[in-house]
Write a protein that binds this ligand. Structure first.
Ligand SMILES: CC(C)(COP(=O)(O)OP(=O)(O)OC[C@H]1O[C@@H](n2cnc3c(N)ncnc32)[C@H](O)[C@@H]1OP(=O)(O)O)[C@@H](O)C(=O)NCCC(=O)NCCS
Length: 182
């Protein structure tokens, strides 16, 4: 294990949620497991193995995996170039059997924590307009729609919703210690 990531599952916005999710930094050895989830999650527009390998190796990113019982069941990636004030959630996906139990939210929060540690102020992402689950997750974490890219996802002809999150505001809402510090 190259490094642990403490995912805080309980937060002000979702006080009832107390997921304990096993999240760690991804390594090149995770490529096969990640690609299996990628292909299972994005039927028409999965990344190629070489693209994913390049992402995992990039010094400008932070990729995390979610484990359950020692198996990788999810992954997500942040792109944040050192010194830049903005970053991007590149991808996030859980194996179908691992969805709907809070792991996606915990993983997103771990990526946003990584952005905050890198002093990123704004995080951007794109989500398919026909993906209400992911869109709902992003909205509930505080992402706001800032535009649409018509027919961005091909060959499906689906619009991309472009969203932005103010990291500082997100931290204030989600860090349980914040109220004590204020
Ligand atoms: C999107 C994804 C990462 C979310 O992870 P998850 O573990 O399933 O989601 P969580 O259990 O953490 O739930 C987070 C929120 O997602 C939304 N959500 C989850 N399951 C949902 C469902 N079946 N229907 C509608 N919304 C749902 C809810 O807003 C939920 O918040 P709530 O529990 O407070 O209501 C996961 O479903 C996934 O991998 N989907 C396929 C790949 C994908 O679409 N990736 C995103 C590309 S932009």
């Amino acid at each position: 294990m190259t490094g642990g990531v403490e995912a805080h599952g309980a937060a002000n916005m979702h006080a009832a949620e107390t997921v304990a999710v096993d999240i760690r930094i991804a390594t090149p050895n995770d490529l096969a497991a990640i690609m299996a989830i990628e292909r299972g999650s994005f039927a028409t527009d999965a990344w190629s193995e070489s693209s994913m390998a390049a992402e995992l190796a990039s010094p400008h990113g932070r990729y995390l995996v979610v484990e359950r019982g020692g198996d990788v069941v999810g992954y997500g990636g942040l792109r944040a170039i050192p010194g830049a004030k903005d970053g991007d959630i590149q991808t996030i996906a859980l194996a179908a059997a691992a969805r709907g139990s809070g792991r996606g939210r915990a993983l997103l929060r771990a990526l946003l924590d990584a952005a905050a540690q890198r002093r990123v102020r704004e995080v951007f992402l794109e989500v398919r307009a026909d993906n209400p689950t992911a869109h709902g997750l992003y909205v509930s974490e505080g992402f706001e729609e800032i535009g649409r890219r018509p027919r961005y996802y091909q060959p499906d002809d689906v619009d991309a919703i472009v969203m932005k999150l103010d990291v500082r505001r997100w931290q204030e809402r989600t860090d349980p210690d914040e109220e004590v510090r204020r």
